[in-house]
Design a protein around this ligand. Structure first.
Ligand code: UD1
Ligand code: CA
Length: 464
């Protein structure tokens, strides 16, 4: 890197992610690192962070559920290593470390610690430019963690695991987060010398730091107090706790950006949400995939929005479900509406309660206010679809389209048998089954004519 006239030697960064463990306490068929946080597998969150840090290569060590985990992380910058027996974190890191460049800075992360931020890791990486570095944390309850033991002068001495610690060591509340970084050549040399003469008979990764001291190196310790960030997931309760912490952070970010979140504890963003100004999100809104909301959009309570774009001033009323749809400005959707993939509403369109729209366009101001199914249709601007209307788009084998021009009126309880065209200003009488084209400004009546029968005897109940 060239900064002014000075040349600063910044080493290449490579990241090793340990993800071979079983995760027994999750009691799940799914490998632990594939359980999601914010809708994304934990290990994928860790890979995202590695990329944010600028990692040139990412080495993932897999074991339990190897093929599933490998599939989930596959990418051009990712190499996979299989640790067939889980002999400890040191042994796991040794599967990948020899493949890192000798001159790289190698950062080791755990696949089950999903919320570590790139900010704190950047401090670890930059400290590791000069000497091996550990990320430690001060926590209220250190149980389960390895403790960071310091010498009388305050410098790093070693990490002691819970199962190996003496009582006075276990009182220490500074713990090993699992994250460490060192120069590639040194890491590999130390990993090769780690022994498993401990309570668990495992090869412990943090032992490389004791070996560094033995070799006359100094060890840096970066300390954080952000307990959510460093928390690992070992069981479902910890997964839930981290999910809540993650969601709280997302809500805080949205509010800081000017979104009116009615209840941060009842908003879930499992993906990305981009909002304009003065957006309102009411209670129990669930966002999935990629969602973009314009200015002044209101999402009422209990809505699910997945992979959709919603324009300025649109109101989505309670209990509406939107997936794979585009809604333009100043529309009204719901309550209880369902927009399925390919629904595309123009400005000022209205889709009301118990209306399902799939793979269909609505022109500006078009309406389907109650109880309808609109599938594979184009609805022209200003057209009105009455309650109980159904597009019969499927003949049991193929799908067909319904083309409605502008200012078309479809009376209530109509059955539109596709393929079908109703031209501009066409009118379908209520209760019609329409099977052939309706021309411009024509009225189509496709129902039996009403007969009134005099003196009609009502059915009677049989006498007892
Ligand atoms: C580890 C640390 C402990 C630290 C804690 C932080 C060691 C010996 N202990 O303990 O000091 O406080 O993390 O959360 O490093 N893994 C493998 N292969 C193995 C063993 C583990 O890939 O053979 C992976 C696991 O999938 C997991 C990570 O390494 O992602 C950590 O393993 P885990 O068994 O959970 O370590 P802890 O006992 O939590
Ligand atoms: Ca763990």
């Amino acid at each position: 890197m060239l900064l002014g006239q000075f040349t600063i030697d910044v080493r290449m960064l490579e990241v090793i992610v340990l993800a071979a463990g079983r995760g027994t306490r999750m009691k799940s068929e799914l490998p632990k690192v594939l359980h999601p946080i914010g809708g994304k597998p934990m290990v994928a969150c860790v890979l995202d962070t590695a990329r944010q840090l600028g990692a040139k290569r990412i080495h993932v060590v897999v074991g339990h559920g190897a093929s599933q985990v490998s599939d989930a992380v596959a990418a051009p910058d990712v190499e996979i290593y299989v640790q067939s027996e889980q002999l400890g974190t040191g042994h796991a890191a040794l599967q990948a470390a020899p493949y890192c460049h000798a001159d790289s800075t190698v950062l080791v992360l755990f696949g089950d610690v999903p919320l570590l931020s790139a900010g704190i890791l950047a401090d670890v990486v930059s400290a590791a430019e000069t000497q091996p570095t550990l990320l430690a944390a001060t926590v209220e309850d250190p149980s389960g963690y390895g403790r960071v033991i310091r010498s009388t002068d305050g410098s790093f001495a070693r990490v002691v695991e819970q199962k190996d610690g003496l009582p006075h060591e276990l009182e220490v509340t500074e713990v090993n987060t699992g994250v460490l970084a060192a120069r590639g050549s040194e890491l590999v040399a130390w990993l090769g010398q780690v022994k498993n003469d401990n309570a668990q008979g495992e090869f412990y990764l943090p032992d490389v730091l004791s070996l560094a001291l033995r070799d006359g190196k100094k060890v840096s310790v970066v300390v954080t107090d952000k307990s959510n960030e460093i928390s690992g997931v070992n069981d479902r309760a910890q997964l839930e706790a981290l999910e809540r912490a993650h969601q709280r952070q997302k809500a805080d970010e949205l509010m800081a950006a000017g979104v009116h979140v009615m209840d941060a504890s009842r908003l879930d963003v499992r993906g990305s949400l981009v909002c304009g100004t003065d957006v309102v999100l009411d209670a129990n809104v669930l966002i999935e995939g990629e969602v973009r909301l314009g200015n002044d959009v209101v999402i009422e309570a209990n809505c699910v929005l997945k992979d959709c774009v919603i324009g300025d001033g649109t109101i989505v009323r309670a209990f509406t479900h939107i997936e794979g749809a585009a809604v333009a400005a100043h529309c009204q959707v719901g309550p209880y509406a369902r927009l399925r993939p390919g629904a595309d509403l123009g400005d000022g369109a209205k889709v009301g309660n118990f209306v399902e729209v799939k793979n269909s366009t609505f022109g500006a101001g078009a309406k389907a206010n109650h109880l309808a199914y609109v599938g594979d249709a184009n609805v022209g601007s200003g057209s009105n679809i009455g309650a109980g209307t159904i597009t019969c788009n499927y003949d049991g084998a193929n799908k067909h389209r319904t083309e409605l021009g502008d200012n078309v009126f479809i009376g209530s309880n109509s059955t539109l048998v596709a393929p079908l065209t109703v031209e501009n200003d066409g009118f379908v009488a209520a209760g019609s089954t329409v099977t052939s084209k309706v021309g411009e400004s024509q009225l189509a009546v496709g129902r039996a004519k009403q007969r009134n029968i005099d003196g009609w005897k009502r059915p009677e109940k049989p006498k007892q």
